[in-house]
Design a protein around this ligand. Structure first.
Ligand SMILES: [Zn+2]
Length: 413
């Protein structure tokens, strides 16, 4: 017995999602994707589609501009990071101090140069054990009195990088690797830039989308994936791949004649890219009794792009053993990684894992995440089919095995 994946539908769902744009939270693109997902889930699952509303502080880019003033006059390609504050209408002028990668040692070595200047650091490959997150670097810049924050893409090809800064205190922009090369200190001093950002903050309501395929018991296996993304890309790998796979798995589970032992709850979260806000509200609002009915959370986020899948098992040691016992080609990585929606379940003690491609493969296509390069050209149809089939097999085992992971449940972390 196994779940049969409709590869044609899988690929067409991925294409539709990418054609709708990057699904930036609060945008028309995100709203169109939401309507599409509701319609697809309605066609697949038997019951009504649930909508979980999450009030949040919305933010949008209105206009922005970054110019190098000295040593040369040059317009630089840039993209304000999510939640960057506006500058005064006529912009600000400041010098730039280049901190190279932007490790803590780099910040300490240059701490006297940082006050009232923009710091420049580098974006890094996100799926590795040595990665230093941009929000950490932003925090270090803030603590040392920086006037602003620039982060350069690590890949060549005139690609700007985006993401959230994690704060709203100082202007923050992603720039290209090539643009950063012109911002080194010269014999004539620090380079000087002019920055203008107009952004808008307003109250908004996000919508998580929920559908259920009941099982024989009142236990649930949650399959979740975030449908929001970034406006500079199609957000194809991250996370149209996870969404399309979740739809295909839901369709395959719904097609089984006899219900599985455990039901499947599909949740499409949004505002994941804004600090996991959608899933945080969802799990926090569940009663403890409802939380305890969730046997395992399988978060599908960025399933294609590397050579293999890894389950990030959120500190649940027994989950590593469970994944290994399935015999599926899935590596495991035990430390808690708060890099997607599984984290909000795990911090309530619910066994949770994220399936991700390209872990510790810095040369993989996963490097295009958060850049305009995260487009459908990076997604290989056979890879998507293979990853979806592996995820489906994991779902099937979890739904059918008598008591696969009861030992995993621990006190909230
Ligand atoms: Zn993601």
């Amino acid at each position: 017995m196994k779940l049969n994946i409709d590869s044609t539908k899988l690929w067409s769902d991925l294409n539709v999602l990418c054609s709708l744009g990057g699904r930036f939270a609060g945008s028309e693109s995100e709203a169109r994707a939401r309507d599409f997902l509701k319609q697809r889930l309605s066609a697949i699952t038997p019951g009504a589609i649930g909508i979980h509303q999450v009030p949040y502080s919305g933010w949008s880019r209105e206009a922005w501009d970054l110019k190098l003033l000295t040593p040369n006059s040059l317009a630089l390609h840039a993209h304000p990071l999510v939640r960057s504050p506006s500058t005064p209408a006529n912009g600000i002028e400041a010098e730039v101090v280049d901190l190279s990668r932007g490790t803590l040692a780099d910040f300490e070595a240059h701490k006297k140069e940082i006050p009232d200047r923009f710091v420049l650091v580098r974006h890094e490959y996100m799926f590795s054990t040595t990665h230093i997150h941009r929000r950490v670097k932003y925090g270090w810049a803030l603590e040392r009195g920086a006037a602003g924050f620039l982060i350069a893409c690590h890949l060549p090809g005139e690609l700007v990088v985006t993401g959230s800064s994690g704060g709203e205190e100082i202007p923050a922009l992603g720039i290209t690797r090539e643009g950063a090369e012109g911002l080194a200190r010269t014999t004539t001093g620090y380079p000087k830039i002019h920055v203008t950002i107009q952004s808008r903050t307003q109250p908004r309501i996000a919508q998580n989308i929920i559908a259920e395929i009941p099982g024989q018991t009142d236990e649930w296996v949650v399959i979740c994936a975030h449908y929001d993304g970034h406006d500079l890309a199609q957000s194809a790998i991250d996370n149209a791949t996870g969404i399309a796979a979740a739809l295909a798995i839901a369709q395959a589970v719904a097609a089984i004649a006899k219900p599985l032992r455990r039901g499947v709850r599909i949740i499409f979260f949004t505002i994941e890219e804004w600090g996991l806000l959608g899933s945080r509200a969802y799990v926090d609002e569940l009663s403890e009794a409802e939380r305890r009915k969730i046997v395992l959370v399988i978060n599908l986020d960025s399933l294609v792009g590397g050579s293999r899948l890894t389950a990030l098992t959120s500190g649940f040691a027994e989950l590593n053993g469970f994944v290994a016992s399935t015999g599926l080609p899935i590596d495991t990585h035990l430390p808690m990684m708060a890099n997607s929606d599984h984290y909000n379940f795990a911090r309530h003690g619910i066994p949770s894992l994220r399936l991700v491609s390209g872990f510790d493969e810095p040369r993989s296509r996963m490097g295009y995440l958060l850049t305009p390069g995260d487009s459908i050209e990076q997604v290989d149809a056979d890879d998507l089919q293979a990853a979806t089939a592996i995820a489906a097999a994991l779902v099937y085992v979890t739904c059918s095995t008598l008591d696969p992971i009861a030992a995993c449940r621990v006190a909230a972390v």
